[in-house]
Write a protein of this length. Structure first.
Length: 300
């Protein structure tokens, strides 16, 4: 019995091809117009909502860029300072002094969320500058991708320099505040950047470390504080000290109450209260006219 699956090479016995079976096999697997070989489309390694990063996702610079960008997007107030050859023990002493001073702002039985989230961060200036460009120029783009994407890099690398660019040279750090609180700002300013001599009673290591700190500027982020993306403002040291000298919200409320009382605030409050009262009486009288209650009262 002849095997039908094996091609017959007897007719090509006189051919000069020493391997005639190769022609038969190639004729079977060679794609033709009638029988093309269809390949499956390539599978995307990344979802469309999460494109790949410009650099490797696990690289240190990528992780720093993400942390800096998150800090810029969530911090309404940030102090930028320069530190020169501070030792680790001096940094520890300064942090302890700040924590001790902030703890005195609220009673012991109350929790101070603002003081808890005040952080000091040392920066890699080039990576931080790139994160600032993304926060100020790329967040305003419609259909923007994540901050470390290739699209963000291409659209921000040729942008004009931001206001913090001249300051990001040398060893630079930031003090981030979760809210704009003049009381907390003044406490940190008095400890780290005193206008005159340092506060008495501080540890000697903290006092020696303060001499190596220089306040450069402050960044007030517009898209956090005023709900406006990309309108951050940079304040110099004099304006920062002016903001820190402002009273807190409780003090401002007290001043407002005192002003209203001095100019006849009681009459103003009574006038404002009389407006909704008169409106209610007018509407109630109109309701009685429509329902016939007023006519019934007159007949009685």
């Amino acid at each position: 019995m002849t095997n039908l699956l094996v091609p017959d090479f007897t007719e090509n016995a006189t051919s000069t091809n020493p391997f005639p079976w190769k022609d038969a096999v190639s004729s079977i697997f060679t794609p033709t117009v009638a029988n093309p070989i269809r390949a499956d489309p390539p599978i995307s390694l990344y979802p469309p909502t999460q494109p790949p990063s410009h650099r490797a996702a696990d690289a240190r610079k990528t992780q720093l860029h993400r942390s800096y960008l998150s800090l810029l997007r969530s911090t309404p107030l940030m102090l930028v300072f320069q530190h020169n050859n501070l030792r680790a023990v001096e940094w520890s002493a300064i942090r302890r002094e700040i924590a001790t001073a902030l703890a005195k702002l609220t009673p012991a039985d109350q929790h101070d969320e603002v003081a808890e989230h005040i952080k000091i961060t040392m920066l890699r200036t080039q990576v931080f500058s790139s994160a600032v460009r993304v926060a100020e120029f790329y967040d305003t783009v419609e259909d923007s991708q994540h901050g470390t994407s290739r699209d963000a890099y291409e659209k921000t690398k040729k942008q004009k320099k931001h206001a913090l660019a001249p300051l990001l040279t040398g060893p630079v750090g930031v003090v981030s505040f979760p809210a704009v609180s003049p009381a907390h700002l003044k406490t940190v300013m008095d400890i780290m950047f005193p206008a005159g001599k340092p506060i008495r009673g501080m540890a000697p290591l903290a006092t020696s470390g303060l001499q190596k700190l220089i306040l450069l500027a402050a960044r007030v982020d517009g898209h956090v504080a005023a709900a406006q993306i990309g309108q951050a403002q940079v304040l110099d040291s004099e304006k920062v000290r002016w903001v820190s000298a402002l009273p807190g919200f409780e003090g401002l409320r007290g001043q407002l109450v005192a002003i209203l009382q001095s100019v006849g605030g009681g009459e103003l409050v009574r006038s404002l209260e009389s407006i909704p009262t008169s409106i209610v009486r007018t509407l109630d009288g109109h309701r009685k006219v429509l329902s016939g209650e007023l006519d019934g009262e007159k007949k009685e």
